[in-house]
Design a protein around this ligand. Structure first.
Ligand SMILES: N[C@@H](CCC(=O)N[C@@H](CS)C(=O)NCC(=O)O)C(=O)O
Length: 232
């Protein structure tokens, strides 16, 4: 769906936030041109399109930019209403979905992101525990949102599936980095089943990153990454 050139996405294959938007576009069967940024550089198009944050992803729809992954996902849901709905139709369910997506970004993701900036064992353990506690809350959120079905969104992939699913491969990277298992059938049985179903879904399987390839990418780009200031 969509005319050639109508939809473009500025991003990178490694970016968890870009992945969110790719899943949403796939769910709605939208054709898009993927404009890949190079590691460690920002194209003029990116800087012009997102002058405030200067971050990927940016969706260009008829050359008009939309920034911030979750805002892009909501935009996609509103513009292409013909495909499956991403946000729940019930206002209460919609509020709950938005709550958990905000929790994931504001409370859970920072530990996953910032753990790589410390080498102090106690600090690492503290961050891993923050991730574990968050996953335990998200295990409960899955039970609440899915209502016994396959995804947070019910029978279909929805907003929380996309918000959390975008970060899944990087969670697997951290598990490998620190030789721990955080999301598994014992600690988080519902999320373990969810993760398998999500990765096998047609809208996800071709764009979900391979954690081993991400680790390789980090090794190749380590110098460029070290220049990045620790956020939060
Ligand atoms: N809140 C933003 C986060 C986007 C983000 O952090 N993007 C990273 C790549 S995954 C980025 O562009 N980093 C470059 C920078 O921070 O300068 C969203 O949801 O889109």
């Amino acid at each position: 769906m969509g005319k050639k050139g109508e939809v473009k996405l500025i991003g990178t294959w490694v970016s968890p936030f870009t992945l969110r938007t790719r899943i949403a576009l796939n769910l709605k069967s939208i054709d898009y041109e993927f404009l890949e940024e190079k590691a460690g550089t920002k194209s003029d198009l990116l800087l012009e399109s997102n002058p405030v944050h200067k971050k990927i992803p940016v969706l260009l729809h008829h050359d008009r930019p939309i920034c911030e992954s979750l805002i892009i996902v909501q935009y996609i849901d509103e513009v292409w209403s013909s495909g499956p709905s991403i946000l729940p139709s019930d206002p209460y369910d919609r509020a709950v979905a938005r709550f958990w997506a905000a929790y994931i970004d504001e409370k859970w993701f920072p530990a996953l992101k910032t753990i790589r900036f410390t080498k102090v064992p106690e600090e690492i353990e503290k961050k891993l525990n923050e991730m574990r506690e968050g996953l335990s809350l998200l295990e409960g959120a899955f039970v609440e949102c899915s209502k016994g079905k396959s995804f947070f969104g019910g029978d279909q992939i929805g907003y929380v599936d996309i918000a959390f699913g975008g970060l899944l491969a990087w969670l697997r990277v951290r598990e490998k980095n620190y030789s721990v298992s955080l999301l598994n059938a014992t600690a988080t049985p519902n999320l373990a089943g969810w993760a398998e179903r999500l990765c096998a879904h047609p809208a996800v399987k071709d764009v979900m990153q391979d954690p081993d390839k991400l680790i390789e990418w980090v090794q190749i780009n380590i110098d460029k990454l070290q220049q990045a200031p620790p956020a939060k």
